[in-house]
Structures are given as C-alpha cells and as structure tokens.
Design a protein around this ligand. Sequence first.
Ligand code: ADP
Ligand code: MG
Length: 443
Amino acid sequence: MNNGLKGQSHHVADIKMFPTFVRSLPDGSENGEFLALDLGGTNFRVLLVRLQGHEIDIQSKTYLIPQRIMLGTGTQLFDHIADCIGKFVSEHDLLNHSLPLGFTFSFPCQQEGLAKARLSKWTKGFRCEGVVGEDICELLQEALKRRTNCKVEIVAVVNDAVGTLMSAAHVDRNCEIGLILGTGCNACYMEYLDNVGTWKHDDEKDHHPRQVIINTEWGAFGDNGCLEFTRTEYDRELDTFSINPGKQVMEKMISGMYMGEIVRLVLERLANEGLLFRSVDHESALFERGRFYTKYVSEIESDTDEFFRHTKQVLDELQVENYTTEDCKIVKYVCTLISARAAFLAAAGLATLINRLNKQDMTIAVDGSLYRFHPRFHNLMCLKIKELVKPGLKFKLSLSHDGSGKGAALTAAVSLRLRSLKPLPTDSSQHSLTTQETVSVRA
Ligand code: ADP
Ligand code: MG
C-alpha cells in the first residue's frame, strides 16, 4: 500500500492506491435531484436520487448489458449506456431538467479530476476495445450528446467501494472504510493528503480538508508474484482460463465471480480421482467451466443438519447422480475451506487498513452479494480481523445498502457543496484543474 501511495514506487506497485478526488464525506446537508449510474459487474442500473438531508428517495431501473457489448467496442458500450439513460430520463419526464450525474464506474481508473478518470484496465468480464487509457466521462458525455437530448452533466465518477463508503458515512460518522465483496473485491478509505505522494493537484487557496478517499484496487494484490506461496493449483487453473490471466490475483481468490469455479475445480479433481461420487457421469455440469455458481456455496454452507437439503438440491441441479451422505459432507467441507480462505484474505486487507487509520472506533461499510448472502462470511471476517488488529481498536462491519446509487449521488452533491465553499477564481488560478471544473459545472 505504501508503494502505491509513493510517487517513486507507484508505477511498479501492484496495489495502486489511486486518489479519487473525493475530498470529504457527506455531512447531511446534501440536497437536490441527481442521476446516478452503476456500471461494473452483474447489472447496469440508472437511478434517480432525490436528496434532502437524511431523506432520500431513489427510483431505479436495471438494464441488461449483453455479452456482445461487454466484449465489443467502447463506442458500442457508451452508446448503449446513453440510450438507456435517454429512455430512463424520458420515462421519468425529466427531459427538461438539468441533472448532475454521479457515475459509479467500478473498474480501476487513474483519476485526474472528480469527473475525469482514465481506465487503467478492464476487469470482471469486461473487455471493450478502445477504452483503456481514455477518459470514460468524456466518452460517456460524447455518447450522451450523440444519442440523446437530455441535459445531463457528469459531475463525479466513483467506483462502487467509494459509493458504498459515501453512502454509509452519510449516516455513520465513524465510517471511513468501504469494502466490496461482489463480482469483484476492492476497498477504499479516507487518507491524509500528506501521506499521498502521488497527489499533485493541490491548490494553495484550497479550502478542502487535507484528505482524500483512496481507491486501493487491492484486487490486484499478488499480481507481482508475492502471493505465490499461498496459491494452489486450482487458483492457477482458474487464472489460465480467465479473460485476464495473471491479473487480479487476490480478487480471484476472494470474489463472487470466481469462488464457485474454484470449488468446482476441487470437486472435479476429487471426482476424477475416485474420492468423490463413486459413479459420476462426465456429462454432468460438474465438469463444465462456470457452471458451479458462487450462490451454490452459500446454499450448501447453510445446511446445518445431516439431511443436506440444499447440498442435494445443488447436486441434483448439476445432474450428479448416486451421491451419498458422505459425498455431501465432503462437498460442504470443500465449500467451507474456500469461503473461509476468501473471508480471511479480505480480513487481512481490512485489518491492515484499520491498523493504518488507528482510530478507536471504525465502521467498515460493506456491499456485495457475497457478503450479503454467504451465511458465514461476516463472522469469519470479524474473527480474523480481531486476531490481526492492534489491541484496543474496535471495529464494526456494517452492510451498506445502495452504495452505488445513493453513494454516487452523494458524491456529486458533496462536490457541488465543496465547490461553493471555494474562493472566487482569480487570474492566477484560472488554469488549475479544479477551477476549470467549477466553471464547467456552474455553466
Ligand atoms: P456487483 O458486484 O456486480 O455489483 P453483486 O454485489 O450482486 O453485484 O455481486 C455479484 C456476485 O455475487 C456474483 O459473482 C455472484 O456469483 C455472487 N453471488 C450472487 N448471489 C450470491 C449468493 N447468494 N451467495 C454468494 N455469492 C453470490
Ligand atoms: Mg454492485
């Protein structure tokens, strides 16, 4: 993490620790009508968020991103997104409203302004041509111009971890860490600017607090080989058949996009070696990549008696026949090992952040289906964090709702509030990045 924060070592660090330009947590005074987008995993959503202090009204619609668009060109992707926004805005009778937009874009980005973010790399199954290195806000703003006539201005781009933190900090003053355990795995936290060697954007007359949210992008931990001592043959096989081999090593050991497949690879080997399912048919879906969903892990681990109701249901779905109770026990045991490993790795990362921030009481906002639905993930993480944090530091993991919608809107609102705190631009500061943004937003 220190390597990522330092100017000299940032380019070789595998945990990038990107500064986000989000300089303040919400204080409850955020108001207004915002659009939010959530892109970066299973679903794409457009949301209308109305904020009035602690009262929040959210309306949203989920749209599909077909596989051909996920693996197509950037233009196709952003045109598709703009079309969805256009439909949403006209369905909600908002065509004549000037709407600031908070964009939750959950891929690693090098941020150059609150509304300027260059994609570093695609992850989580996306691979659209011509986007890496480009400013995704500009691509979206251009697509909006091309495809719609709505008055939408992108004010902030955040990832889902930052959205989750912003959303939870709105109601909990102790919350300074955000964590995602969904399709991917990532974390962010509030850092002092003095520790951020890569921060080059300071303005002398800056009235912001001297802090910034850091998007760790810790899913890439291990990409430099430092986790090899603990990776298994199953991790390596999964990696070989992924669309980004060698990348996102820690994420692949933790997140929902991969966990089910790791379990499947272990079960496949046990079956092939005659240690499981004495007569398994090789036509069974157990032998097909991607067919063992991570939700199965949650279901199997929720079996608490010798009837193995959920485990049997999963095995039936996979067309495994003639299994015994002993087989069910083994299947469940494999799931518990792999989910515990994931929870412990995520806990190690969190404990590092908690120790770093060194505050008496820390709330960690968590979002994502893996955390939400897995029956033991929360407890396993708490157990391991307790072992790893400095004595006396208290912490709480708290499920955050709708981080990517509410959080993105709050970020947009906070940025508008902070801009209004700034002194009027003078000639000498005319060319600073922040001043230019102020002008464009007000216009
Ligand atoms: P995203 O991260 O894309 O915003 P989610 O938070 O819903 O979306 O996470 C999706 C991931 O969670 C998928 O990889 C899926 O396999 C996994 N998942 C979905 N349901 C469950 C479940 N019941 N238990 C564990 N993992 C789940
Ligand atoms: Mg999400």
